[in-house]
Design a protein around this ligand. Structure first.
Ligand SMILES: Cc1cc2nc3c(=O)[nH]c(=O)nc-3n(C[C@H](O)[C@H](O)[C@H](O)COP(=O)(O)OP(=O)(O)OC[C@H]3O[C@@H](n4cnc5c(N)ncnc54)[C@H](O)[C@@H]3O)c2cc1C
Length: 485
């Protein structure tokens, strides 16, 4: 008899999980994906705007190519998806100045602040060599001296207030959190996104949703959208029974031998559990792991890319909203054609603005346009707001502190090892972390099928580019300028 595997959630994790289970174990598994929304894809969403004849990214803006961790890149190429590199040195707008090199940064923070920044980055990169960054979220991160400290505390090593403020602002949007809400290690890992020795970025031609669509197209198992899982009953005789409320078929129940639950902590918290011990174990898992925060993606459409001269790269970071990354999502680089800016507000600023109407938020973002840019109001066409909070939020402290062993993280109740939790909140709050979580789950199902040594996942076993022990320079701008100019 085939192992009946229920996959709850039809976002990237659920779809990848179903695809890999089919690829690896064939007819030894019988998979079913249950997605509560009408649409598959979850937080990977490319939205069409017919009025302006274009698409924009409502959720995931870019994919991370982490030196020494080729899994996501291999998956994307296995699926035959065309990629576009995200170009550039990060540009910053701070105190109404544009900063993109050492001289600009020194003008902002002064010679002493600059010296502190260099020392801070040197120390940080020495403590976090690329090989360890490539395995972020693994239990060995507990040994890192910054994992048990808050990011606020680690930033206090910069005693120059402008250098400290600049550094917090630099990664505020990626973190989606304030420095006191996350760990020093996760904070620094998010700074390293700007360091080409650690990470580069790309998007998908035609929109990032191409990734989840490609997976959905290849999955042969039933993908049931509009099927909200409400409760899970675990009994010794029956195994795992899932109660669903389906838009098409009404209320029903499905029995599985194993379940992979790919929900965010708030969505997981909404499930009912028949077994009180299991409910308590999931409750403890949530207390450790639920650090859900708020993102607002605000997309502005303009008649032309009026900012192209000042900000030629694919994104810049502004000190508005305590630090916000602004992506240039225009369909073509032509300055005279449609311009799309995507502002990613995170942390307390996003939580405050989330209480306002869409119109007020769009207005607030227009008002925050850098002073060096003229023409924004003349060329403005319209704006859109996508709210990511609660059940669709991201984690400000993935894995929690301390990081738990993987077995504990994924299987909250040892009595039910076939109930496997998966999600980016267990590793690094990105697609890369979601992928790591799925690989763990798929390997666990393989073990249940009697795979003594789980088969290597051929999709992911292409050669890894070796990464150096140390990046050539600790300071992100040295590398960025060297690479991009
Ligand atoms: C605004 C924003 C920007 C981001 N930017 C990036 C980025 O640039 N790069 C990057 O790598 N990552 C980024 N992320 C993180 C990325 O979106 C996630 O890592 C990834 O999408 C996680 O996929 P998932 O399938 O695990 O979760 P989800 O996409 O959340 O999928 C979970 C699915 O479960 C469904 N569901 C919920 N409850 C139930 C239920 N009771 N029954 C059935 N189904 C249910 C949901 O509808 C959803 O489809 C971003 C996230 C946000 C919010």
């Amino acid at each position: 008899m085939a192992e009946r595997v229920g996959v709850i959630g039809g976002g990237f994790s659920g779809l990848l999980c179903a695809y890999l289970l089919e690829q690896l174990y064939g007819d030894r598994v019988e998979v079913q994906v249950l997605e509560g929304a009408r649409r598959l894809g979850g937080r990977v969403r490319t939205t069409v705007v017919p009025e302006v004849g274009s698409v924009y990214e409502a959720g995931v803006a870019e994919f991370y190519d982490i030196a020494g961790n080729p899994h996501l890149r291999n998956l994307v190429s296995h699926l035959g998806l065309e990629t576009r590199p995200l170009t550039g040195t990060p540009y910053f707008v701070a105190c109404d100045q544009v900063v993109y090199d050492d001289a600009g940064l020194q003008a902002l923070v002064g010679a002493r602040g600059m010296d502190q920044l260099r020392r801070f980055w040197d120390k940080g990169t020495r403590l976090r060599p690329p090989q360890r960054y490539a395995q972020a979220g693994q239990p060995q991160d507990n040994d890192h001296p910054w994992s048990g400290r808050t990011f606020e505390d680690v930033l206090s090593e910069l005693d120059d207030p402008v250098a400290r403020w600049f550094t917090a602002m630099q990664c505020h949007s990626d973190l989606a959190a304030e420095p006191h809400q996350t760990s020093g290690l996760f904070g620094f890992d998010n700074l390293l996104i700007d360091h080409p020795g650690y990470c580069s970025m790309y998007t998908l031609a035609g929109g990032n949703e191409g990734l989840v669509r490609a997976l959905a197209d290849r999955v042969a198992s039933p993908l049931r959208s509009g099927a909200v899982v409400e409760a899970i009953e675990a009994t010794e005789d029956r195994g795992l029974r899932v109660r669903i409320d389906s838009a098409e078929e009404g209320v029903g129940a499905l029995d599985f031998d194993a379940l992979v639950v790919t929900l965010t902590p708030p969505a997981l918290a909404s499930l009912r559990w028949s077994d009180s011990q299991l409910a308590a174990a999931v409750g403890a898992h949530l207390r450790h792991h639920d650090h859900t925060t708020v993102y607002l993606r605000v997309t502005l459409f303009f008649g032309r890319r009026f900012w192209a001269d000042r900000f030629p790269e694919d994104y810049f970071v502004s000190d508005a909203f305590d630090g916000v990354t602004v992506y240039d999502k225009s369909p073509t680089p032509d300055a005279g054609s449609l311009g799309i800016q995507s502002w990613l507000l995170g942390g307390d600023a996003a939580a405050r603005w989330a209480r306002r109407t869409d119109e007020e938020i769009v207005q607030g973002v227009r008002a925050a346009m850098p002073g060096v840019l003229s023409g924004a109001e003349t060329h403005f066409l319209s704006g859109a707001v996508d709210r990511w909070q609660g059940r669709s939020g991201v984690s400000a402290l993935p894995g929690g502190v301390p990081l738990q062993p993987l077995e504990t993280r994924h299987c909250p109740d040892p009595r039910w090892p076939q109930l496997i939790l998966v999600g980016d909140y267990l590793y690094d709050s990105t697609i890369c972390g979601a992928l790591d979580a799925v690989l763990w789950a798929v390997t666990r199902i393989g073990q249940r099928l009697g795979e003594a040594a789980p088969q290597p996942l051929s999709i992911f076993s292409r050669p890894n580019t070796p990464v150096p022990d140390d990046p050539a320079s600790g300071f992100f701008l040295d590398q960025a300028v060297g690479v991009n100019r």
